[in-house]
Design a protein around this ligand. Structure first.
Ligand code: HEC
Length: 154
């Protein structure tokens, strides 16, 4: 079974704000990339959620591969993807201005996901019950951030 080395949550960039990786003032690309990044989060968690809900049978190999992918995704360096001003009041995005009112908390919420993804990756291939418990924590970290920082019309 493929193992991904444990990397601590500290690998998450200390500042997602820093770095002029993209031109200032034109946020289309940053928004597109961070949406794509989040879409990949659901691509990785999709099979795991389906197993948790028993919509598909538990498969240790698929579970491990999905958890490996999620871990890699949480280590993607997001420097430059969250520039100030790229919120939903001025752009085609669901990112709330609240992100930039407490950016440290936003980063903490990413770190919480990264930490949970490490734990999940360690146990995903064990059995359904163990994987489900770890997935509950992962899902909780997705939800906690979306609740505070993602616009929802629901
Ligand atoms: C630290 C905050 C944070 C965490 C953690 C987080 N997200 Fe998100 N997510 C966001 C924000 C903010 C947006 C809105 C992005 C935008 O429109 O600019 C978003 C958008 C999305 C979208 C919509 C993408 C699109 O095309 O519009 C999906 C799907 C998604 N997240 C899934 C997930 C999943 C699954 C997880 C957990 C594995 C997760 N996210 C963890 C903040 C987070």
């Amino acid at each position: 079974m493929k193992t991904v080395h444990k990397i601590t949550a500290a690998a998450i960039s200390a500042s997602l704000l820093a770095g002029a990786a993209f031109a200032d003032g034109d946020f289309d690309r940053q928004i597109k990339v961070r949406k794509a990044h989040n879409t990949l989060f659901s691509a990785a968690t999709g099979p795991l959620n389906a197993m948790v809900k028993e919509e598909m049978p538990y498969n240790a190999e698929v579970a491990q591969r999905s958890a490996d992918n999620l871990l890699v995704l949480t280590q993607f360096d997001q420097t430059g993807l969250w520039p100030e001003g790229s919120d939903n009041t001025q752009n085609e995005t669901k990112s709330l201005p609240a992100i930039w009112e407490d950016f440290a908390d936003f980063e903490d919420k990413y770190t919480a996901l990264a930490t949970a993804a490490v734990d999940l990756q360690t146990v995903a291939g064990t059995d359904l019950a163990t994987m489900s418990t770890a997935m509950e924590t992962v899902g909780g970290t997705c939800g906690a951030c979306h609740k505070s920082y993602r616009y929802s019309d629901k």
